[in-house]
Each structure stands twice: as structure tokens, then as C-alpha cells.
Design a protein around this ligand. Structure first.
Ligand SMILES: Cc1ncc(COP(=O)(O)O)c(C=O)c1O
Length: 373
């Protein structure tokens, strides 16, 4: 069993995919070619945002967004410590200080109740992460941001295709930033990402920063990066967009089935021998970039799942404030207890839109044995 199966998807769309790739090889515009423009239009429409800017990765998109907001030395950006390194890393790389705020224990996303006390005169933005495929609480976050006149950048690397109150992830704040890393809900065959906004001025700035701060050929009013999207990756994403809405529906169905199967399997288990299923907030849908449960004695559970031939992963074992690279922030163990507790207990199960019911039953039966046996 694969943790993420990309081969079944390729077999399903082999012909249109190969045709899309072949077309790029024939026209030869390998960077920011016609397919990139076509993809940007298609994604903007899908998300319901005025602008989409394709870019080189979901890491570069975070940096481009921060640079467009002129965030740098002396500034602070509020974010979650329970995320992939790129979120805090790009805040620091822009020259600013990541200010961590603990998460909600049920959704694993930043807890809006804790944000206001972290705001200082140096705060320049809030960067919530929509972890595991479910949007953060954007009504709560946007209300605080509005009160303090702060822009909000959604790190939607894991939530592309999810909905928050019937709005799409990436269109729930000033800027949405996503990743097309191969294992993401919408993934290309290499690195890629995209930015979304309704703001014309920000869109123009982000387009310029994506190409070395250039406003016209060889004229550079500001610093930028090489953050362009390859045409081949755009072509690959266009082929995948034809089936993406259907895959989003499958992900949602498979996630719900996991929850039902796990709850049934552990219904009679004592509390200390239980796997806890993820909570889907009523205003949200999830694309389950990861299907992640909490278990007691995780190292033992990991070993036993491996013995059953079931691949698992941990997203993420060390919260950002405890990463050596952020040691100078001097926020030791105990600073963000909810994130630390989650980091010690979470384990992700195989998840992709082609997972069969039989495979899910097998995974859950192995999980039951691994936790209770
Ligand atoms: C929450 C989060 N932010 C940012 C990124 C970075 O995206 P990429 O790998 O495309 O640079 C990822 C991808 O792993 C992620 O999960």
C-alpha cells in the first residue's frame, strides 16, 4: 500500500496528460508560457479570486507575499508553530520575526482567541496555516486583523480545494498562498505554487517580485526573486484540473469513511487505548492533505503499523518554536502546550483519492491492533 498513490491518477489521465506535456515540448516556451497564463485564469476562476499568480513553490509564494507587503527587519508576523518549517522560515528569511500563537486542540489551526495578546506595534501581518486540508477559523482571524488593520496571508499549501463557509481556501483573506508539490491535493510533477488576491496593486507587486522585481524587461524598481512557474508544471496542472473537483469529493468521502471506521473500531476501547479522529469544523470542508489521528505511545504504534505493512508519517514531530533554527527566539518546551501535545501524538495514515474501502478497512484494523494490542 502506498502512503500517497500518484500512479493510479497518472494511469487515469495518461492520454490528456501526455498530450499537454507534448504541446509544451513542441512550442518550446518553457518558462511562464501560454499554459501558465491559462492555468492562472483557470485557478482564479476555481478559487473565486480576481488574480492568480503561478510561482515556483509554496515556499516561494510565502516569501513573495511577505515581500509584496514590504515586511522585513524589525517587523513581526503572527503564525502557528504547528506547521511545516516553510511558514516560519519564510517570515525569518524576509528578515522579520515569527511570533507563534498556539493552536486549537481540535482543528490544529491557530486559535483566534490567543492572537490579540500577541499583537504589538511591530506586528505587520497574520499568517494562519490551513493544516491537514481544513481552513483555519477565518471569521475570527479576519475580525482581529480588521480591528488592527493587519493583512492576512493564508498558508493554504495543504488546503487547496477546501471550503470555508462556502468560500474556497485561498480566497478567504487578502492573500492566499498554495503549493503544488507532488503530494499535495493538487500536485504537479516537481515544484510549483500559486498566490491569490483580489487586490490589483498587490497582484501587480507579486507578479513583479516573482521575476526579480522587474516591471518591464531589464528594469527593476524593487528586489524580487526567481519565483516563476515552469510551463511544463502548468501544463501538468491543467490536465489534473479536469479531474480535481471529483478528487476533492473523493477525498472528502474517504476522510469521512476513515472517521466512521476508526470511531467504530475504538468504540469499546478504554480512553488510554484510543485513536482520536480529526475534528471537522461545521463551517469547513477538508481536502485531507493528511488524514491524521492522535494515538498514545506513538513510536510503538509506528513500529506496529510498519510490521503490518502500512506506511505512516508524522506531520510534524517538532513544533517550530522547538526547532534549533528558531532557538534564538528563546521559547522553550512548555511555551505552546497544545502544539507540543499534538506533535507528540499525531500520526498520518495513507490518504489519496484512490484509496479503496478494502484498503481503509485494512489500515483501520492495523491501527486498532497497533494501539490496543
Ligand atoms: C503548511 C505548508 N506551508 C508551506 C509549504 C511549502 O510548500 P513547497 O513544498 O511547495 O515549497 C508546505 C509544503 O510542504 C506546507 O505543508
Amino acid at each position: 500500500m502506498d502512503f500517497i498513490d500518484l500512479k493510479t491518477q497518472y494511469r487515469r489521465i495518461r492520454e490528456p496528460m501526455n498530450a499537454r506535456i507534448q504541446a509544451v515540448l513542441e512550442h518550446g516556451q518553457y518558462v511562464l508560457g501560454g499554459e501558465t497564463v491559462e492555468l492562472e485564469r483557470r485557478l482564479a476562476e476555481f478559487v473565486g479570486a480576481k488574480h492568480c499568480i503561478g510561482a515556483s513553490s509554496g515556499t516561494d509564494t510565502l516569501l513573495i507575499a511577505l515581500m509584496a507587503l514590504d515586511i522585513g527587519a524589525g517587523d513581526e508576523v503572527i503564525t502557528s508553530p504547528f506547521t511545516f518549517i516553510a511558514t516560519g522560515e519564510m517570515i525569518a528569511l524576509a528578515g522579520a520575526k515569527p511570533v507563534f500563537v498556539d493552536i486549537d486542540a481540535r482543528t490544529y489551526n491557530i486559535d483566534p482567541k490567543l492572537i490579540e495578546r500577541a499583537i504589538t506595534p511591530r506586528t505587520k501581518a497574520i499568517m494562519p496555516v490551513s493544516l491537514y486540508g481544513q481552513c483555519a477559523d477565518f471569521d475570527g482571524i479576519n475580525a482581529i486583523a480588521k480591528k488592527h488593520r493587519l493583512p492576512v496571508i493564508e498558508d493554504a499549501a495543504q488546503s487547496f480545494g477546501a471550503k470555508y463557509k462556502n468560500r474556497m481556501s485561498c480566497a478567504v483573506s487578502e492573500i492566499g498562498s498554495t503549493s503544488f508539490f507532488p503530494s499535495k491535493p493538487l500536485g504537479c510533477y516537481g515544484d510549483g505554487g500559486a498566490l491569490f488576491t483580489d487586490d490589483d496593486a498587490l497582484a501587480k507587486l507579486m507578479r513583479e517580485i516573482r521575476v526579480h522585481g522587474q516591471d518591464r524587461r531589464y528594469h527593476h524598481p524593487r528586489l524580487g526573486i526567481n519565483g516563476r512557474l515552469d510551463t511544463l508544471q502548468a501544463a501538468i496542472l491543467l490536465a489534473k484540473m479536469d479531474i480535481f473537483p471529483e478528487e476533492v469529493a473523493s477525498r472528502s468521502r474517504i476522510g469521512a469513511r476513515y472517521t466512521a471506521l476508526i470511531e467504530e473500531a475504538f468504540a469499546k476501547a478504554p480512553p488510554e487505548k484510543r485513536a482520536t479522529t480529526p475534528t471537522l469544523a461545521p463551517e469547513c470542508t477538508s481536502v485531507y492533505a493528511q488524514y491524521t489521528v492522535e494515538v498514545p505511545e506513538r513510536p510503538r504504534v509506528e513500529e506496529r503499523m510498519k510490521a503490518h505493512g502500512i506506511p505512516t508519517a508524522v506531520h510534524y514531530p517538532v513544533p517550530l518554536h522547538l526547532q534549533p533554527v528558531f532557538g534564538e527566539l528563546r521559547q522553550g518546551a512548555g511555551s505552546f502546550p497544545v502544539s507540543e501535545a499534538a506533535a507528540a501524538r499525531v500520526i498520518s495514515l495513507p490518504m489519496h483519492p484512490y484509496l479503496t474501502e478494502d484498503q481503509q478497512v485494512k489500515v483501520v484494523s492495523a491501527l486498532k491492533d497497533a494501539v490496543c494490542g
